[in-house]
Ligand binder design. Structure first.
Ligand code: NAP
Length: 276
């Protein structure tokens, strides 16, 4: 699907370079068909060495040579970037934006052009090809545009298609979600250390436990409550911990965390107040 396309990644930082790494590793495109732009010459040299792609500090040049533009600067940089590239953006170019909280309507408005736009909300596990990326299409994007974005983000994990109205909600769940899980892992490590386990051992056990539990949910397709019931022996250790976690409101806290982050995303997406 991407074989005859040229892609420009504008703002090739963490997320941008994870996408470049993913699509090259999956052999969706050849390195010579990918151009990355950012301001730091040193970082561009590194990208060139690492991936063998074209690089330029000139966003307009990157835009001119591409069929697909991946916009990956920070949300605060969106207005200036869109103003800069607007004169050279062609209306047939597909824009894929990962900029948190910047709506497709706003991008079209800032560009002053009705380009097809797909919005993506990847998360940092995309760096290790285990990302979760909700995608939504803007008013001018077609199913074929969405399919292109789907191909790209499947190279770095899983993809879910959602209406754009759910973009704040998915930001609260999978976008910010890795942070909640890092806190869970950190706390599990401390629990192990408290009970005498060496920290390095506790760290490996805690992280693998989270990974393994997630894998079981995904691979068995079973409801997590069923998996939980299967390992809570009557009168055993796990049910004793379940009782304690319920009394402290663990599930309520996590539900509130997702809702709070989603509300914050909504606040930040108001024009003039965008942020990640
Ligand atoms: N990290 C996440 O978990 C995550 C998840 C979902 C969405 N996002 C979104 O992804 C975007 C990038 O996030 P990130 O974590 O990858 O940030 P990042 O590492 O800071 O990447 C942004 C890049 O943009 C470049 N840049 C800034 N201004 C530019 C300009 N005018 N022209 C060209 N390049 C420019 C910066 O490089 P120079 O300073 O060298 O120009 C930087 O490398 C954000 O919009 C964020 O909302 C991030």
């Amino acid at each position: 699907m991407l074989k005859n396309k040229k892609i420009a990644v504008i703002g090739a930082g963490h997320i941008g370079s994870a996408i470049i790494g993913g699509i090259l590793k999956a052999k969706l495109i050849s390195p010579k068909s990918v151009t990355a732009s950012r301001r730091s010459a040193e970082a561009l040299d590194e990208l060139k060495k690492r991936f063998g792609i074209q690089t330029t500090p000139d966003n307009r040049r990157a835009v001119k040579g591409a069929d697909i533009l991946i916009l990956a600067v920070k949300p605060q940089g969106a207005p200036a970037l869109l103003e800069e590239i607007a004169p050279v953006v062609r209306e047939d170019q597909l824009l894929i934006s990962v900029m948190a909280g910047v709506t497709t309507e706003r991008i079209n408005k800032l560009l002053g052009k009705p380009n097809p736009i797909v919005r993506a909300m990847p998360n940092t596990p995309a760096l290790v090809d285990a990302g979760a990326t909700p995608l939504s299409k803007g008013a001018h994007a077609k199913d074929a545009d969405l399919a292109i974005a789907e191909t790209i983000f499947k190279a770095v994990g899983i993809v879910e298609i959602v209406p754009e109205s759910l973009m704040d909600a998915v930001t609260g769940l999978s976008g910010s979600g890795p942070v909640y899980i890092y806190m869970v892992i950190e706390a599990l490590i401390d629990g192990g250390v408290k009970m005498g386990i060496p920290r390095t051992v506790a760290r490996r056990l805690a992280a693998q436990t989270v990974l393994g539990a997630a894998k079981l949910v995904i691979e068995t397709g079973k409801h997590p409550a069923i998996l939980k019931d299967e390992v809570t022996t009557p009168g055993g250790t796990a049910i004793a911990a379940v009782h304690m976690l319920e009394s402290k409101g663990l599930r309520n806290v996590l539900i509130e965390a997702v809702a709070t982050a989603a509300r914050r995303s909504q606040e930040l997406s108001r024009p003039g107040d965008a942020g990640s």
